[in-house]
Design a protein around this ligand. Structure first.
Ligand SMILES: [Mg+2]
Length: 349
């Protein structure tokens, strides 16, 4: 993809570091009232007044977190921002600003970085977030991207992992397992392409799950929806590593147990059919797949009528006494203790 001979290739050395930052960020504008000074001085200046400031940061490494053989750079830029905004929304806060730092080797021409920043800019515009700074530097081998996201919330609205109580309902947004199954399809097509480069893959039947992998959306809409419904989650987390490990985080931090019902886990029909094709189990994929960037939260039972029937929200279980542990209640009504089998970038192949 990077070797496309029809495309112009401007070497990064022609711009120099300051010229590069200026060039890549020239079309970014700031809109947030909390941004006093964005790019263009030694540091950005922000003013959150009486609101609490929420901050989260992530580092993405080529070959570990992304594979440029099937990840277009524009999508990568978009996804790098989404991953961070998701963590801000998981605090029941609104994202307001980001900084982006990258390290790239000279195998990337300027045009490739323009693509990356086009994706970052699209994410900023779509989610109403200001880009207020960052850095670029050279790397000996691949690409590294670090995004820091800031957000704001009033103190009473913040949702921590630690607030779930016994009998609270466990709720998840959207559907699960799509990003992981999309990755399986992309990996398979990559292998086919290695054997026969003329074989054009037909990804159309997998469009939904491939998009879930390549262009995930953070759930800003859910934070807005909960405010509108006047539902304050008692605890909340985003699903980056799989449902199982996120539930265990809530249980550990809140000192409660959980009963998760297998038959309630929301799966898209494409996930179900692709799991059948790959001879994988849909429940296992939802539990350990990861990268879905949905929100998982608990609510007081008294709030159930407010969320009942909402197509964005599914009640998948309830919190129990800590002594009962965190369990999956299978379709056969047997209890299986949940394990953190979430994806781990430190695991050995
Ligand atoms: Mg998170």
């Amino acid at each position: 993809m990077l070797e496309d001979k029809n495309k112009e290739r401007t070497s990064l050395e022609t711009l120099g570091e300051f010229g590069l930052i200026e060039h890549l960020t020239q079309h970014f504008t700031t809109k947030q009232p909390t941004t006093i000074k964005g790019i263009g001085d030694d540091a950005a200046v922000l003013d959150f007044k009486k609101k609490k400031t929420v901050l989260s940061t992530d580092l993405l490494v080529e070959g570990v977190h992304f594979d440029l053989s099937y990840m277009p750079l524009k999508h990568l830029g978009y996804k790098a921002v989404m991953v961070n905004l998701s963590d801000i929304y998981a605090m029941n806060a609104m994202a307001t600003q980001i900084t982006v730092s990258i390290a790239v080797s000279n195998r990337f021409p300027l045009e490739a970085l323009e693509e990356l920043y086009a994706g970052i800019q699209l994410a900023c515009t779509t989610y109403g977030v200001d880009m207020i700074g960052g850095d670029t530097t050279s790397s000996k081998t691949g690409m590294l991207i670090s995004v820091t996201a800031l957000g704001e919330a009033s103190e009473e609205n913040l949702a921590y992992r630690s607030g779930a109580k016994e009998n609270d309902l466990l709720v998840v947004t959207g559907d699960l397992g799509g990003a992981y199954m999309g990755l399986q399809v992309l990996e398979r097509e990559k292998e086919v392409f290695k054997v026969n480069p003329n074989n054009q893959p037909d990804l159309e039947p997998y469009a939904y799950i491939v998009e879930r992998q390549l262009k995930p959306e953070a759930r800003k809409d859910i934070v807005e929806l909960l405010a509108k419904l006047k539902v304050k989650p008692t605890s909340m987390i985003d699903i980056s590593d799989g449902l199982s490990s996120e539930i265990l985080h809530l249980c550990k931090n809140s000192e409660v147990g959980c009963a998760l019902y297998e038959n309630k886990i929301p799966l898209d029909p494409t996930v179900i059919s692709t799991c059948e094709e790959f001879k994988m189990d849909g429940t296992m994929i939802a539990l350990s797949g990861g990268e879905d960037y949905e929100l998982l939260f608990t609510i007081d039972q008294a709030d159930f009528p407010k969320i009942k029937g909402n197509p964005n929200l599914t009640v998948i279980g309830h919190m129990t006494d800590k002594s009962q542990g965190a369990n999956l209640v299978t379709r056969a009504e047997t209890l299986i203790p949940l394990k953190a089998q979430g994806w781990n970038s430190f695991q050995t192949e």
